[in-house]
Design a protein around this ligand. Structure first.
Ligand code: ATP
Ligand code: MG
Length: 415
C-alpha cells in the first residue's frame, strides 16, 4: 500500500462538506467587504519568496519546498499567499487599476515542517490582501473582515492581539535597543536566536522556546520607539476598532514571522487548540510591492489556517450540518419500479432535490441499510401496488413515520 506523504491529508466526503462550509463563508465574507478572488500559481520562481517573504524568516530558511525543474530553474511551492498576489499585482500592472485593489484567495500552502496537530506540510489558507491604501481605516476593516469570518464560521472565545511594529525608520532605532538588551542575555538564548541576533533580532520576539520567551518578556517594547506618524496611525486603528465594537489586547511581542510587515500587525489566537493556537495572522506591508519591483504601493492583509479553524470548531463541540446528504432515496422492488425510480429521481433532481436510488440490485432490507448509512432523510419505497396507484410509500428516517405520497406531490413533500 502506498501512503500519502508525511504531513499531507486526504479530505474525504465525511469531512469535505465542512471545508465547503468554511470556503463558502470565506467567499461570502470577503465579498461583503468588496474583495474579489485572485488565483495565482501553486509554484513561483523561488526569487518571489526570497524577496517577498524575506531571507531571514523561518519559512525561507527552513520550510520551503524548493527544487530545480527540468529546465534548471529554481521553483518553490507557495509557502504562503501574499508574495504571489504581490507578484501578480506588479506583473499585471494592477497599480493602474482601481485602488484600493481588494483581493481574497483560498489556496494550498506548502511548508516543510514537523507535522503535528494543526501543523501540516500541505495546509490551506483563506487570505485577503488590500493594496493601495495607507489609511488606518483599511487596517481596521481588514481586521474586521477576519473577525466577521471567524464569527460566521462559529468561532467564539478568540482573542485579537494587536501591535504596531513601526516603519523602517523607527524600527531601525528599536532594533538597536533590542539588540543591546538581547546581547546582555546572549547566553540564555536558544542557539537559533543567538544566530538570529545578528541577522534579525526582531524575530527573537516570536521564538517559541520558553527560555527565549522569558527573556523577551522584559525586552524593550517597539511601541515605545515608534515615530509620531506610526503612533498616530496606530491610535487611529485602535479607535476605529473600538468604534466597531472589536475587542483587542495589545501584545508587544507580536512581530509576525515575515520580513515585510510594517506598522499594524495582528493575530487571532485561541486557547482551545493548544500550541498551534494562532488561527489567523496578518498585518500591513507597505514595503512589499516596491521590494518586488513595483511602484511603491502600501498594502495590508491576513491569512487564516483552514485546518486550525476546523480543529478549533471540533474541539469546542461545534458541528457543521452536511447540506449534501441525500434528501430522498428510492427503494424500488422490481424492474418496472426501478424505471419509475429513475424517472422520479431525474425529475426531482431537475427541481433541485438531492435524490438517488438503488444501483446495486439490492433487496429492500439492504436498500434501507444503505439509505441509513448515507444519511438519507427519506426513503421512498415503490412496489407493484404503489406503481399501480401512482404513489410511493415515504419513510421519514428521522422519526420513522410513513406517508403515502402521489408521484407529482413528491417534490412538495420532500422540500
Ligand atoms: P506558526 O507560528 O503557528 O508557525 P506562522 O506564523 O508560521 O504560524 P503564518 O505564516 O502567519 O503562520 O500563516 C497564517 C496562518 O496559517 C497561521 O495562523 C496558521 O493558522 C496557518 N498555518 C501556518 N503554518 C501552518 C502549517 N504548517 N499547518 C497548518 N496551518 C498553518
Ligand atoms: Mg510557522
Amino acid at each position: 500500500m502506498i501512503n500519502v506523504p508525511k504531513g499531507t491529508k486526504d479530505i474525504l466526503p465525511k469531512d469535505s462538506y465542512k471545508w465547503q462550509f468554511i470556503e463558502n463563508t470565506a467567499r461570502q465574507t470577503a465579498k461583503l467587504f468588496g474583495a474579489q478572488e485572485i488565483r495565482t500559481p501553486t509554484f513561483e520562481h523561488t526569487e518571489v519568496f526570497l524577496r517577498g517573504v524575506g531571507e531571514t524568516t523561518d519559512i525561507v530558511n527552513k520550510e520551503m519546498y524548493t527544487f530545480l525543474d527540468k529546465g534548471g530553474r529554481s521553483i518553490t511551492l507557495k509557502p504562503e499567499g501574499t508574495a504571489g498576489v504581490a507578484r501578480a499585482f506588479v506583473e499585471n500592472g494592477l497599480n493602474n487599476s482601481a485602488l484600493p485593489a481588494k483581493f481574497y484567495y483560498i489556496t494550498s500552502c506548502f511548508r516543510y515542517e514537523r507535522p503535528q496537530a494543526g501543523r501540516l506540510r500541505e495546509f490551506h489558507q483563506f487570505g485577503v490582501e488590500f493594496l493601495g491604501s495607507k489609511e488606518a481605516d483599511i487596517d481596521a476593516e481588514t481586521i474586521l473582515l477576519a473577525k466577521t469570518f471567524l464569527e460566521k464560521v462559529g468561532i467564539e472565545n478568540i482573542t485579537l492581539y494587536l501591535n504596531s511594529i513601526g516603519c523602517i525608520t523607527c524600527r531601525a532605532e528599536y532594533s538597536k535597543a533590542l539588540t543591546s538588551y538581547l546581547n546582555e542575555n546572549y547566553d540564555k538564548l536558544c542557539p537559533l536566536c543567538q544566530d538570529r541576533l545578528a541577522k534579525n533580532p526582531l524575530r527573537i520576539l516570536d521564538c517559541k522556546n520558553d527560555d527565549c520567551k522569558d527573556i523577551t518578556k522584559n525586552a524593550p517594547k517597539i511601541i515605545d520607539y515608534i515615530c509620531d506618524d506610526c503612533s498616530n496611525h496606530f491610535e487611529k486603528v485602535k479607535k476605529l476598532l473600538t468604534v466597531a465594537g472589536v475587542e483587542f489586547k495589545i501584545n508587544p511581542n507580536i512581530v509576525r514571522g515575515l520580513d515585510y510587515y510594517t506598522r499594524t500587525v495582528f493575530e487571532f489566537v485561541s486557547e482551545n487548540i493548544g500550541a498551534q493556537g494562532t488561527v489567523c495572522g496578518g498585518g500591513r506591508y507597505d514595503g512589499l510591492i516596491s521590494d518586488l519591483g513595483g511602484t511603491d504601493t502600501p498594502g495590508i492583509g491576513f491569512a487564516v489556517g483552514i485546518e486550525r479553524i476546523l480543529m478549533l470548531l471540533e474541539n469546542t463541540g461545534k458541528t457543521i450540518e452536511n447540506p449534501n446528504t441525500v434528501q430522498v432515496y428510492f427503494a424500488p422492488m422490481g424492474e418496472k419500479e426501478n424505471e419509475k425510480a429513475f424517472e422520479l429521481c431525474t425529475s426531482l433532481r431537475a427541481n433541485g432535490v438531492i435524490a438517488d436510488f438503488d444501483h446495486m440490485g439490492r433487496g429492500i432490507k439492504a436498500q434501507f441499510k444503505y439509505a441509513d448509512k448515507i444519511g438519507a432523510k427519506y426513503v421512498a419505497v415503490i412496489g407493484s401496488n404503489e406503481l399501480d396507484n401512482g404513489v410511493v410509500k415515504v419513510k421519514n428516517m428521522t422519526d420513522g413515520s410513513e406517508t403515502e405520497v402521489e408521484f407529482d406531490k413528491l417534490k412538495e413533500f420532500i422540500k
